[in-house]
Design a protein around this ligand. Structure first.
Ligand code: SF4
Length: 456
């Protein structure tokens, strides 16, 4: 039996694809071992979103080769797609597998082993197996069929519903790594979720590279239609949506999802900048007014929806006044959480060559301003749930100050902890959903449950 060690980098889509590869290998008799172990085969599911992600991908590939020079080291995914020239000359890599071939990982490995067996010791099979393990990702309209056979986690499953992006933001390399929008068939998404529901999955998170584009390659948005269908699946109690672009939040969409009680009022709307001029240079396809309308629409149909976002500071040409505009916009919108990124140049993008690049010092100072803001806004949002009743889906145990807590999340993604011994006494375990009364903070981002709690 061959041993395989896997390592994943990057986003939730990569995570889903890694789970599928891992399950396929297990089903075909491979023994999965921790990445630090000596293995026969190492698979690194790479990421290329930033130059740092490229570097980490390369480091992991080299670490695997160093761990066992006789092992087969396989580079899979986004870094392979954008750095073909480097991959083909990198001695640490024995086999390269593109993004649209992950579902065939077992067949590709077996073909490689067969070729290797037919060759002398001083020869190596072609890294790309004459195209078998790569497709031209930028010229394919096919969604690669992949399906999770079992629930990788006890409580929540990330479900990939689409791949690719047609947006071409000027700072982003992903359209070149993932290709154009390709949507999974609704029937296939349903089959996978029904199977997972049978295994006890209660929450699904719909993910993709750009889920707002779901269905566009078939002629029109199908996201709402898909959510309505998933809503009918028995056993699924919560549907969470991955990152959305603001323009999808129309009146019809907001009212449509608000009528479906399983949809969590938790929305990640990627903003990137609160200044129209910066958004334009980023080639984002909306302006601040449209973004705010989307947020207001959600706030009209839901009580305190959790609205989170990503912001890039120090984009080329971002003046002090532009940054000030962003700060004012963010104060007004008042997000539950913001993920703040300092702009970093990505090879091969339009923004890399833009004039007026900012210094690291300027970016760090702007990032600090937003980090302080998000800390304050997050706390203010969580505070509104103290002394309130909420449903919690319980997940894992975690320790804070020497006390073990069973932790989970509310539908609005507020983290909650209950002392583990108290949970045990009440018969509450991971995977259960219970209605609890919320008390004060266990730590900076977790509220504790509190029986008979009342505000002093
Ligand atoms: S929407 Fe923009 S940032 Fe997101 S994957 Fe597409 S090009 Fe990249």
């Amino acid at each position: 039996m061959k041993t395989v060690a896997l390592h994943n980098l990057g986003c939730k889509v990569n995570g889903y694809e890694m789970d599928v590869m891992c399950q396929k290998l297990q089903q075909n008799g491979y023994n999965i071992v921790p990445f630090d172990d000596i293995a026969d085969i190492y698979i690194i599911n790479t990421c290329t979103v930033t130059n740092i992600a490229d570097r980490k991908s390369r480091q992991m590939l080299h670490r695997a080769k160093k761990e066992n020079p006789n092992a087969i080291v396989i580079a899979v995914g986004c870094y392979v797609e954008t750095a073909k020239d480097n991959v083909s000359v990198d001695d640490a890599i024995d086999l390269a597998v593109g993004n649209n071939k992950k579902g065939q990982i077992v067949e590709i490995i077996e073909e490689f082993l067969r070729q290797k067996g037919l060759m002398g010791d001083d020869q190596k099979p072609d890294k790309t197996l004459d195209g078998m393990s790569m497709v031209d990702i930028n010229h394919t309209n096919e969604y690669e069929q992949m399906q999770l056979g079992e629930l990788p986690d006890h409580t929540r499953a990330y479900i990939k519903i689409q791949d690719g992006c047609n947006q071409f933001c000027t700072y982003c390399i992903i359209p070149f790594a993932r290709g154009r929008v390709r949507s999974r068939l609704q029937g296939d998404v349903m089959t996978e979720i029904m199977q997972l529901a049978k295994e006890g999955c209660k929450e699904v998170v719909l993910t993709g590279i750009h889920i707002g584009s779901y269905g566009l390659d078939r002629g029109g948005s199908e996201l709402l239609e898909l959510i309505k269908k998933i809503h009918m699946i028995t056993g699924i109690e919560r549907i969470r949506l991955g990152s959305l672009e603001p323009r999808i939040i129309t009146k019809e969409f907001a009212e449509g999802i608000a009528a479906l009680p399983k949809v969590c009022p938790h929305f990640h709307l990627s903003l990137q900048s609160g200044c129209d001029a910066t958004l334009k240079r980023m080639n984002r396809h909306y302006d601040c007014r449209e973004f705010e309308e989307g947020v207001n629409m959600l706030r009209r149909v839901y009580d305190r929806p959790a609205i989170t976002t990503d912001v890039i500071v120090g984009f080329p040409g971002e003046t002090e006044d532009e940054f000030k505009e962003t700060v004012e916009f963010l104060e007004r919108i008042n997000f539950y959480e913001m993920h703040v990124f300092k702009y970093s140049k990505r090879h091969g993008t339009v923004a890399e060559k833009m004039p007026d690049q900012l210094t690291e010092k300027e970016k760090a100072a702007r990032s600090d301003v937003l980090l302080e803001m998000t800390k304050r806004q997050s706390k203010a949002y969580r505070d509104t749930f103290i002394d309130q009743d909420e449903d919690v889906l319980w997940e894992d145990e975690e320790e804070t100050d020497g006390i073990s807590y069973l932790v989970g999340h509310t539908k609005r993604y507020v983290k909650v902890g209950m002392p583990a011994d108290e949970a045990k006494a009440k018969g509450i375990k991971s995977g259960d959903i219970t209605d609890v009364h919320l008390g004060d903070y266990i730590n900076v981002d977790t509220l504790r449950t509190f029986d008979n709690y009342s505000m002093m």
